[in-house]
Design a protein. Structure first.
Length: 144
C-alpha cells in the first residue's frame, strides 16, 4: 500500500517538472521549458543569439550573471519600463515552482497559451524584481 501511495504522489509531483510549452513564431514551433528557463527548436537548445532574435524587445540576462548571493544590479530610469528575458545558461540549475514577484512584473506573451512566460520580466521604474521559490530560494534583480 505504501508503494502505491508513493508512486501516485511521485507521479503527481513529477509531472509538472517537465513543463514544456510550444510557441509559434511565424512557421516555427519553439518549445519553452518552464522549469529550465530554456528554449528549444526540434529538440535542440537555442543559443542566446537565437533567443534574442525571437524576443528583440527584451534584454537577455543570463543566470550565470548573478553573483554568489543570487543578486544582479541593473539600471533603469524612474518612470521607465525595461523588458528583460531571464535565460538559464547553467547545466544543472532548474526553476520548478519559481515565480516572478511582484506579479505586475510578469510579462505576457500573446502566442503562449497561458499568457505568461515565466522568464519574461518587465521592470517598472526603480522597483526590484525577484525570481522566487516559495521555499525561500530567490534571485534578485537589484534595480538602481
Amino acid at each position: 500500500m505504501k508503494k502505491i501511495i508513493f508512486s501516485v504522489l511521485l507521479t503527481l509531483f513529477m509531472s509538472p517538472v517537465f513543463a514544456n510549452y510550444d510557441l509559434k513564431f511565424d512557421s516555427r514551433t519553439i518549445t519553452f521549458n518552464e522549469d529550465e528557463l530554456k528554449f528549444y527548436e526540434n529538440g535542440a537548445l537555442l543559443s542566446k543569439d537565437d533567443v534574442q532574435k525571437l524576443f528583440p524587445d527584451y534584454e537577455i540576462v543570463l543566470i550565470s550573471q548573478f553573483d554568489k548571493d543570487k543578486k544582479l544590479k541593473i539600471s533603469n530610469k524612474r518612470m521607465k519600463q525595461k523588458k528583460i528575458l531571464l535565460l538559464n545558461d547553467e547545466k544543472y540549475r532548474t526553476f520548478h515552482l519559481f515565480y516572478i514577484y511582484p506579479t505586475v512584473s510578469r510579462s505576457e506573451f500573446q502566442n503562449y497559451k497561458n499568457g505568461e512566460i515565466k522568464s519574461l520580466i518587465t521592470v517598472h521604474g526603480k522597483k526590484n524584481v525577484r525570481l522566487k521559490h516559495f521555499g525561500g530560494d530567490e534571485f534578485i534583480l537589484d534595480v538602481r
